[in-house]
Design a protein around this ligand. Structure first.
Ligand SMILES: NC(=O)c1ccc[n+]([C@@H]2O[C@H](COP(=O)([O-])OP(=O)(O)OC[C@H]3O[C@@H](n4cnc5c(N)ncnc54)[C@H](OP(=O)(O)O)[C@@H]3O)[C@@H](O)[C@H]2O)c1
Length: 340
């Protein structure tokens, strides 16, 4: 089978990377591998960082960790998957279950040393795959591997979220809206912050309990304390970094949990963590998740018939426009690229 696969790849250019279109012959799956015809891929904030960061040599790397597709062929010894199965590849193909091993970092799709999903065909190890929930299209499923698994890992695997507890998510990007949808489906009360009144109205329609415009109300930690009658928030998805951290610590409830996830306002957070001691509260470091976390997420998505929020679906030719839209932060939820 001679299959030509289109892709975009990163090309080193003036201290950063540019996206360059290309194509190549698809390799066939070896033992314990499958060949996947990709239906869609999806973008994350990380993909902007990957493009802008010259400190790692990613010349020639195919970007994007997230995608979904259909198995076309299987290698020798593969019994778990067959042609026609709809699958996604886990963000860390080698983190299957249990404790995280730092060696998995280099295998992270589309950012470390391993090609990502912005390609017509992908060859993946059988153990790195998860089946796609039946109620989801390939475009919807393509949004899950990074943002949704991260929100799931933070709130359910590590956070042990309980119905009736409070959750705060920062902004209305991918991780935040999955946090909202998953927590609301579980019966939690979710506070959403955003710079946009229009986006906050949409968050309300998705099930947000309370909303705060962080531009109009920079002291959103105080608003969160008011909403919770002075108790604080049980689970906070810390997505902002330097500009949000102290407020997250101020707003977290006694015994509460801050999930350390994001760097939207930079990398060098230096929060005063002493208040956590006097609240018996914790910070959980979260780095996406394992294949097992992804499987648990998909069970929950199926049980609650949750559909990811897709802001815009771009054609393959319009990949640069998709990156530009992500950079503008005008999106609500996820951006996807259709690959068929
Ligand atoms: N640790 C991990 O495993 C992991 C996994 C996934 C993502 N992340 C990180 O998590 C963050 C979110 O990723 P994403 O892909 O969901 O991003 P995204 O979709 O690009 O979200 C962007 C949105 O973040 C909001 N935002 C920006 N600055 C903010 C601030 N100061 N306060 C509150 N909200 C702010 C804005 O929402 P409004 O327009 O509504 O204001 C913006 O539209 C990124 O830093 C990413 O690198 C980490």
């Amino acid at each position: 089978m001679n299959l030509i696969s289109r892709h975009f790849q990163l090309t080193a250019q003036r201290g950063a990377f540019e996206l360059r279109r290309g194509s190549r012959l698809t390799t066939m799956p070896k033992a314990n591998q499958v060949l996947v015809r990709m239906g869609a891929a999806s973008l994350n904030y990380r993909d902007l960082l990957t493009l802008q960061d010259p400190s790692v040599n990613r010349d020639g790397l195919i970007p994007l960790s997230d995608g979904a597709g259909t198995v076309m062929a299987v290698g020798a010894g593969v019994t778990r998957w067959k042609a026609g199965d709809r699958v996604s590849v886990n963000f860390f193909p080698t983190w299957l279950r249990g404790a995280f091993a730092p060696s998995a970092l280099a295998t992270a799709l589309g950012g470390g040393e391993t090609d990502g999903m912005l390609s017509d065909y992908v060859v993946a190890d059988t153990n790195s795959l998860v089946p796609i929930p039946e109620h989801l299209s390939l475009a919807e499923a393509a949004t899950l591997p990074c943002a949704a698994v991260t929100a799931w890992h933070a709130l359910f695997e590590r956070g042990q979220l309980q119905p009736g507890e409070t959750v705060l998510v920062q902004g209305t990007g991918g991780v935040a809206l999955f946090g909202l949808q998953l927590a609301a489906a579980h019966g939690a009360k979710v506070i959403v912050t955003s710079s946009s009144e229009e986006k906050l109205a949409r968050a309300k329609a998705l099930g947000a309990w309370k909303t705060i415009n962080y531009d109009l109300q920079p002291a959103w930690d105080k608003a969160a304390m008011d909403f919770t009658e002075g108790r604080g928030v049980d689970h906070i998805l810390e997505l902002g970094g330097p500009q949000t951290y102290d407020k997250s610590i101020a707003a977290v409830a006694p015994g509460g949990r801050i999930a350390q996830i994001g760097v939207l306002t930079g990398f060098a957070s230096q929060p005063n963590i002493l208040p956590l001691q006097f609240k018996n509260a914790s910070i959980h470091g979260i780095c996406v998740g394992s294949v097992e976390h992804f499987e648990h997420l998909n069970q929950f998505m199926s049980m609650h018939r949750i559909h990811p929020v897709i802001d815009t679906a771009f054609a393959f030719d319009d990949v640069p426009a998709a990156y530009a839209h992500l950079q503008s932060a005008g999106h609500f939820g996820k951006l996807v690229v259709n690959l068929n």
